[in-house]
Design a protein around this ligand. Structure first.
Ligand SMILES: C[C@H](O)[C@H](O)[C@H]1CNC2=NC(N)=NC(=O)C2=N1
Length: 118
């Protein structure tokens, strides 16, 4: 369990500081299985989680939604039969904030106890 997965988000602001290149290089090592994607110039963190069927995928999606509501910081969730793709970025600030790394680590913790993982 990393320090990130114990941390909590700060309020999302459009002018919130995005992570620097140096911070990015350090933080990404704490969430090793997450990929950095760039879409419309916006950096995002993304990871696929595999499940035995749709029901388990949906339950995991709801569990991630619950921590998002707790923290006031929300992902994009693509829920498919047997797979959930979770994508984190700071929507208003249009980039990666420390919040996004916190929530990626928190997502991994949810996955550790999720039923029906493949
Ligand atoms: C009003 C509400 O708190 C804001 O829109 C929050 C909601 N959740 C959010 N989630 C993410 N990932 N980025 C945001 O900028 C964001 N803003």
């Amino acid at each position: 369990m990393t320090a990130l997965s114990q941390a909590h988000c700060e309020a999302c602001r459009a002018d919130a500081p995005m992570v620097s290149d140096e911070e990015l290089a350090v933080l990404i090592k704490e969430i090793p299985d997450w990929n950095i994607e760039v879409r419309d110039g916006v950096m995002q963190l993304e990871k696929e989680f595999r499940f035995k069927n749709f029901r388990y995928a949906l339950a995991f999606s709801n569990a991630v939604g619950a921590i998002a509501e707790e923290e006031g910081h929300h992902p994009a969730l693509l829920t498919e039969w047997g797979k959930v793709t979770v994508t984190w970025w700071s929507h208003e600030a249009k980039g990666l904030h420390r919040n996004d790394f916190i929530m990626s680590a928190r997502t991994d913790r949810v996955a550790e106890t999720a039923e029906g993982r493949k």
